[in-house]
Each structure stands twice: as C-alpha cells, then as structure tokens.
Design a binder for this molecule. Structure first.
Ligand code: YNC
Length: 399
C-alpha cells in the first residue's frame, strides 16, 4: 500500500496518458527543517568522512554484509572502498550527503544513505538532482520503518542546498518507475560462473560446449582502438554529448565530471575502477566505450569468494550520429566495439560482463551472447513527473 511513498511527491500508479512534465511540489529553504528528525532511542545521526580510511572502511563493511543481494541470496554486491569513493566523491560531492546512523553505545554503523549532485537532461529540460544510492540497513534492523527516516533526511539535506529533485534506481517496484530495464549477462569465465551457481548448464549441453561458446580471441580487432588518455577528454565529451542526444534521460556532464567518470586511473589502492577506450582514426576520435568494475561476494561457496563483474557504461560512435536512422550500420559498429570490450574485460580477469536493456544495447546483446537475467532495474525521479521512457528492449521491437 506504500504507506510512506504515498506521502511523497512522486507520481502515482494509474496516472496514465501524456501529462505535463515538471516538478510536483515547489518549496523554499524556509519550508525545510533545519535539524534532522529524531531517531529512535539508542541511535544517532552521523556524517561519514569518506576521505578517512577508517570511516570508508566502516561504510564498506556495512555494505559488504548488508547491501543488495539477488533473490536467492547467492551473491551480494561487494563495492570496494575505491569504487565507493569513485561513486560517492564525484565532482560537487558534499560530506553532508554521506549520512550514517550509529548505535550510540557500541558506535557501530548500522545504516547508511548517500547522494551526489547530478545535472540531468530529461527530454529537452535540465534538472539538478540528488542521485541517491547505497541505502542500506543492518539486517537486524530491517522492517522497522527506518528507510523512510533515511530518505527524508537525505531529502532534507538536499533541500537545504536548494536541490528539490532526486534520481534513484531500485530492484523493487515503487510509485512510479520512469523506465524499467532488464539485466543481461555475458559469461567471460563460464567455468567459474557455473561453479558458483550463476550460469546453469543447459539441458543437452556439456561444460566444454559452454566454455567454447563463450571463448574470445586474445586480441581486439578494431583498427585504432586504444585506452583513453587525459588528452582525449574534450573529444570523448563531445562525442558523448552528440551521441547521447538521441536519449530521453542523460546526465549532462561537465568537463570535470567527464574526467572523473571516464578517464582511466589507478587508484591509491592500486585498483582500477573504470576502463575507457577510444578509436582514433587520422587523429580524430570516432568512437568510445567504457565499463566499470564491481565485485560480488559469492555467499557460501567452498571454492570461490568473489566474482569480478564488468558493467557496461557509456559509449558513442560517429556512425550513429552520422546516420541516426541507419540501424544496420550502427549495429555493425557497436558489435565490433562491444566484442572488443569483452576481449579487454576478459584480459582484465573479469568473470562476467553485465549490461542493461537501455541505450542502443538491444543492437548487440544477442549477437554478443548476452543472456537475459532475473534482475530488473527501475529508474525513478523524486518530485518530478516525466512521461515514461521506453527501454532499449521495446525499441528493438521497432527495428
Ligand atoms: C528502496 N530500495 O517500500 P512503503 S537502492 C526506496 N528504495 O515504504 P523499512 C524503499 N524505498 O512501501 P527495510 C526501498 N526499499 O511503506 C524499501 N523501501 O511506502 C520502502 N536492503 O521501510 C518500502 N538497498 O525500513 C517501505 O524497510 C519502506 O528495513 C519500508 O529496509 C529497506 O540505494 C532496505 O536493497 C532497502 O538494506 C534499506 O532492505 C533494506 O526492509 C536493505 O521498514 C539491502 O521503505 C540493500 C538494498 C537499496 C538499494 C538505493 C536507492 C535508494 C533510493 C531511495 C529513495 C530516494 C528518493 C530521493 C531522495 C532525494 C530527494 C531530493 C531532493
């Protein structure tokens, strides 16, 4: 019945048809409480300092034990401290958006929610949002209606900065998705995925057939493909902007943000979080693609503790800009690029490559041997009405 969500400025189920797009509620900072709502006895609000190794470790440990699992509780996200910093300390980040709840006596961190600012283009309008992520509550404190309190607190802190809109995703259905995507998975190390229970052995198949099916060449094939460097930033940004103009909801990155999200760097931990490649032809950048890394813990498996998962991030190609309606040409090009992305991800020891049914992914998922997963990802906006956006899978039917 959405006891909490029905009190919030979000669109309701049953509102159909084309409606006027825009904010649902208008307020000023004067309307916003200056102090957080009290927590139940024994708990207190804290602001986490993610620049501190000790505090990021506490957030890491809370999430490592209590963040998102699949329906069968076989895997749980294991965001490393470096990836958490990359995700929550993007340009414009604010310490006060890293909100924790501690047990007063033990000092233990038992809940967390975060936001980063994002400038979002929705159709032809621009909105500044708080992108809310990493909501998590210790398993022992579930079902006690702490979530609404955390959401109201991150909303309050955003509102005090005059941010009135939110962007978030969730695996569960809430009022009311702007878009719904399905997860797709492409095995890179089929044997390991089979051993951890991620990839089933299809009837009438044998492990060696599956291994052969997902085998990849050693070397990439696209002429001019190389790792992105800082000097490519303007070219990649320009390509990103022009290519993503075809989509209805896209972050509008500043140069600083594009540097943060796309340029590959080795973190102080020695880890790499994001991989971006460009194609250079006669001194011009004609294509790019990127993927990032999140491990998942394997729960209760004797042989393996983690799987290394690459997630498709953004890409762009002059082919799609030059001939926006020429799907066959773009399909060909994206398949060349993504095939190389798989080869590179395999080289970096990823076990599986994930992608969602968004952007132009429908043009390569099947050919690149991605299989549809059980998981869905719903996209939401807070305090904004946007007519639904159909995903890449729907678009596929229109080809
Ligand atoms: C969820 N994921 O429906 P109703 S995603 C939003 N997002 O409210 P309680 C959620 N709401 O139905 P529990 C939600 N999950 O009565 C549940 N809810 O209206 C709603 N899991 O609260 C739910 N992380 O505290 C219900 O539930 C109410 O103890 C029930 O805790 C839920 O980060 C949770 O999946 C998810 O740690 C914290 O199960 C817990 O069950 C947990 O009794 C594992 O809560 C980790 C997990 C969620 C990942 C994410 C995005 C979060 C977005 C939040 C919304 C932001 C709005 C924008 C704000 C900024 C606006 C500005 C400006």
């Amino acid at each position: 019945s959405y006891k909490f969500w029905q009190t919030q400025p979000v669109p309701r189920f049953g509102e159909e048809g084309q409606l006027e797009e825009g904010p649902l509620r208008t307020q000023t900072v004067d309307d916003v409480p200056k102090e957080p709502a009290p927590l139940v006895d024994g708990f207190e609000w804290v602001t986490m300092d993610l620049t501190s190794d000790d505090e990021i470790k506490e957030v890491y440990e809370l999430l490592n034990g209590h963040y998102v699992e699949d329906d069968e509780a076989m895997f749980r996200f294991n965001y490393s401290p470096s990836i958490l910093r990359w995700s929550m300390m993007s340009p414009g980040w604010k310490k006060e958006y890293h909100v924790g709840v501690r047990a007063i006596q033990s000092r233990k961190l038992v809940a967390f929610i975060s936001a980063i600012p994002v400038n979002l283009r929705v159709r032809n309008k621009h909105i500044i949002c708080s992108e809310v992520n990493f909501l998590s509550i210790h398993k022992k404190l579930r079902g006690k209606r702490l979530t609404p309190v955390l959401i109201k607190e991150i909303t309050r802190r955003s509102n005090l900065n005059e941010i009135w809109q939110g962007l978030y995703t969730a695996g569960i259905v809430l009022p009311k998705p702007v878009s719904t995507c399905r997860y797709y998975h492409r095995a890179l190390n089929w044997q390991k995925l089979y051993e951890v229970g991620f990839s089933p052995l299809p009837p009438n198949s044998k492990p060696q057939y599956q291994v052969r099916k997902y085998a990849l060449p050693e070397s990439t094939a696209t002429k001019g493909l190389r790792a992105m460097e800082e000097k490519d930033l303007d070219a990649v940004m320009d390509l990103y902007k022009r290519y993503t103009a075809r989509y209805d909801m896209v972050p509008d990155y500043s140069r600083e943000e594009a540097y943060h999200w796309f340029v590959p760097k080795i973190e102080p931990s020695g880890e790499q979080v994001v991989w971006t490649y460009v194609v250079e032809e006669n001194g011009k950048i004609t294509d790019f693609f990127s993927f990032f890394s999140i491990e998942s813990s394997v729960i209760g498996n004797a042989k393996h503790n983690v799987i290394k998962v690459a997630y498709m991030f953004y890409y762009g190609s002059e082919v799609g800009i030059r001939e926006p309606s020429d799907k066959p040409a773009l399909k060909l090009r994206l398949n060349e690029l993504i095939h190389d992305a798989l080869i590179l991800a395999k080289r970096f020891k990823f076990d599986v490559f994930n992608a969602l049914s968004l952007m132009d992914n429908a043009l390569f998922l099947e050919q690149q041997k991605f299989g549809g997963g059980d998981g869905q990802l719903h996209y939401y906006l807070f305090n904004y009405r946007l007519n639904p956006i159909s995903g890449g899978v729907d678009r596929k039917n229109q080809l």
